[in-house]
Design a protein around this ligand. Structure first.
Ligand code: NAP
Length: 323
């Protein structure tokens, strides 16, 4: 990790900025807020922007990026934009058109990173979460190695610079790494990661295979009621984070973000609030001691906010594996 330049080299030679701007917001939040926040984030210095087809915000995020290119704040090549292939498009013949749909919404020629959003294929169609006749998730059977080959073709076609995965466990990563005829390794695995779920074993596995771990929910997630139990502990209220925030004269959020980049994890931070967007850029202004990193490591309790409980019946459900 090159903290001087605030970026990490991926296994395909491209670079990813170590701090990314999360753009997911629940449906109730007006999409104009996403657009304004993304512009503000770019003005503040964020160069890595994370979105997805399923967030239904690519038009606004694309508009924000293009407006910051048009006003001279950045060039296209300064921005690292990630999109994700939704689970109803994992059949290989659907992959390229799914990416083209995102590009059309974004009005960009390419994305920097295209991820398989999760290893849980659902039946293709208009629904985002299709259900079967019993109201259960409409599970599709797709060989993820075939999906991966379709992503490789998208990279070769120049529609994306890099390709990776999200929410894969180490066995699912291994399956891709051992695929006969593998052309490109996944550059990253984007997973939930924070002091209560520090993903130590998955991180070690990724590092040993030159795969970058990208942390989402690093501030404890937005706790969307659809996905997160309202009784889940509030990460940023943790007393250890609070004490360290006092010690470094920062905030618990900054401690949680700094923790990740110091352990070699690329970290996403979502905020649509001007003060907090600016605050999150301070992650580069201080350093935690190794004792304090250890104290943060000790907070791990294997606690997952987004456990995808509605799809535990899926044969590919990733979180039964230890890591
Ligand atoms: P997060 O980054 O953990 O942030 C959680 C909350 O922290 C935000 O709602 C934000 O509220 C607040 N916050 C931000 N900065 C703060 C600060 N300095 N002090 C106090 N509070 C602060 O949330 P996330 O959206 O769950 O995860 C980040 C991104 O990861 C997403 O936006 C999305 O791009 C990606 N993601 C990916 C997946 C996947 O399956 N691959 C899943 C979930 C998320 P305010 O806006 O009010 O500041």
């Amino acid at each position: 990790m090159d903290l001087k330049h605030r970026r990490v080299k991926l296994n395909d030679g491209h670079f990813i900025p170590v701090l990314g701007f999360g753009t997911y917001a629940p449906k109730e939040v007006p999409k104009t807020e996403t657009e304004e926040a993304t512009k503000l984030a770019i003005d503040t210095g964020f160069r890595h922007i994370d979105a997805a087809y399923v967030y239904e915000n690519e038009e606004e995020v694309g508009r924000a990026i293009r407006s910051k290119i048009a006003d001279g704040t950045v060039k296209r090549e300064d921005i690292f934009y990630t999109s994700k292939l939704w689970v109803t498009f994992l059949r290989p013949e659907l992959v390229q058109s799914a990416l083209e749909t995102s590009l059309k919404k974004l009005q960009l020629d390419y994305v920097d990173l295209y991820l398989i959003h999760s290893p849980l294929p659902l039946k293709p169609g208009k629904e985002i979460l299709p259900q079967d006749e019993h109201g259960k998730p409409a599970i599709d059977t797709v060989d993820l190695c075939d999906t991966w080959e379709a992503l490789e073709k998208c990279k070769d076609a120049g529609l994306t610079k890099s390709i990776g995965v999200s929410n894969f466990n180490h066995k699912q990563l291994e399956m891709l790494l051992n695929k006969p005829g593998l052309k490109y390794k996944p550059v990253c695995n984007q997973v939930e990661c924070h002091p209560y779920l520090n993903q130590r074993k998955l991180l070690d596995f990724c590092k040993s295979n030159d795969i970058v771990l990208v942390a989402y929910g690093a501030l404890g997630t937005q706790r969307p009621p659809l996905w997160v139990d309202e009784n889940a502990p509030v990460l940023l209220d943790d007393p250890v984070l609070g004490d360290l925030a006092k010690k470094y004269n920062r905030t618990p959020a900054l401690i949680a973000l700094r923790y990740q980049i110091q352990r070699g994890v690329v970290v996403l931070a979502k905020s649509f609030n001007e003060r907090r967007i600016k605050e999150n850029m301070q992650v580069f202004e201080f350093q935690l001691t190794s004792e304090d990193m250890k104290a943060l490591d000790d907070l791990d309790k294997n606690f997952r906010y987004i456990s995808l409980d509605n799809v535990t019946c899926h044969p590919n459900y990733p979180f039964f594996e230890e890591y």
